[in-house]
Design a protein around this ligand. Structure first.
Ligand code: GLY
Length: 332
């Protein structure tokens, strides 16, 4: 099964295929030099299986964690491609979560002004959200995603078999992004996630339905000039919590807390129950006032405040520009 993403000059497929790693050469062009970026938390056999189906593969493994989304690893990838004489016809494949995907895509977007990039996400979070839509980035000087580009993948391959080795906390943190999309844009999906008795059996369906939401958003607004900002529900405060938590909380967990601060009381009640069902945190243990300086780095921030996504009713949203004073007075 495939979902095609197309808008103006971009078009690529999200390919859903169990066992895809071992037949990657049937799905994409691997008859060329291929740099495969993976991390130490991803079972090594995933990148090795992909490499075995490429004509000439070079695996680069970075340490697991957000701290790897840095300029040093960006340079490491570029140096490897240059030393192996990669040309414009060669390609990069990410086999990992959001860190690998964002970093590999950024390096691919810069090398020779852009070479083909494929994403094979191995986490729910990356399958649901970060692998789709062409956002690439590294963190810089302690600021998340502050250096990057928009660069679309040539294809995204979703093989849910790889989720069998993902620990439950990571699965739940990824589901936070699906809950985010459902809360703003698809009341039926929200209800499905809310009612679902055996979510593991329905993970593939939840991912696909979240991808359908993201498809509509990024096709209409690929470069986040308007509608795409809806995908930042929970992220304005969430990113600041993530920085303050210094690695103690996963991205999706911070987004879960961030969403609870940006919705009506009625939504808070339903959302809180769903988040708790998936063992996601709902309370902010930081004083919001202490998070403001970090929020000022948000790409939607100005001197006077920041544009936030607010959910008054499940399945709908509004953009609200909040002053720094208003944000500081939110009750955690
Ligand atoms: N992860 C948010 C976006 O792709 O815009």
């Amino acid at each position: 099964m495939k979902i095609n993403i197309s808008s103006r000059d971009l078009s690529y497929d999200i390919i859903y295929e169990q066992g895809a790693l071992a037949k990657v050469d049937k799905l994409i062009d691997t008859d060329r030099k291929t740099l495969i970026l993976t991390d130490s938390g991803v079972p090594a056999c995933y990148a090795e299986t992909v490499a075995a189906h490429c004509r000439e593969a070079y695996i680069v493994t970075i340490p697991q964690g957000e701290q790897s989304k840095c300029i040093d690893n960006y340079l490491l990838i570029l140096k490897k491609m240059l030393s192996e004489n990669f040309t414009r016809k060669d390609c990069v494949i990410a086999v990992g979560g959001g860190v690998c995907g964002d970093l590999a895509a950024f390096a691919a977007s810069c090398y020779m002004r852009g070479i083909a990039f494929y994403n094979i996400p191995t986490t729910v979070l990356a399958m649901v959200d970060s692998s789709i839509g062409g956002k690439t980035a590294i963190d810089f000087e302690g600021v998340k995603n502050v250096v990057g580009s928009f660069y679309q993948p040539s294809a995204v391959i979703i093989d849910t078999d790889v989720l069998k080795t993902l620990d439950e906390r990571q699965v739940n943190a990824g589901l936070a992004e699906a809950i985010k999309m459902a809360a703003t844009s698809d009341a039926e999906l929200f209800e499905f996630i809310e009612e679902c008795k055996d979510y593991k059996a329905h993970l593939g369906e939840i991912i696909r339905r979240a991808n359908e939401i993201k498809k509509k958003v990024v096709e209409e607004d690929p470069q986040e000039k308007g509608l795409r900002k809806v995908l930042n529900f929970g992220h304005t405060v969430g990113h600041a919590i993530e920085a303050a938590a210094k690695g103690e909380l996963l991205h999706g967990e911070c987004v879960a807390i961030g969403m609870m601060l940006m919705c009506s009381d009625e939504v808070k009640e339903r959302l809180g129950k769903v988040l708790e069902k998936y063992a996601l945190p709902t309370k902010c243990t930081f004083d919001i006032k202490d998070l403001i300086s970090s929020m000022k780095h948000d790409k939607k921030a100005s001197d006077s405040g920041v544009s936030c996504v607010f959910v008054d009713r499940i399945g709908s949203f509004e953009f609200r520009t909040m002053s720094w004073e208003e944000l500081a007075s939110i009750k955690a």
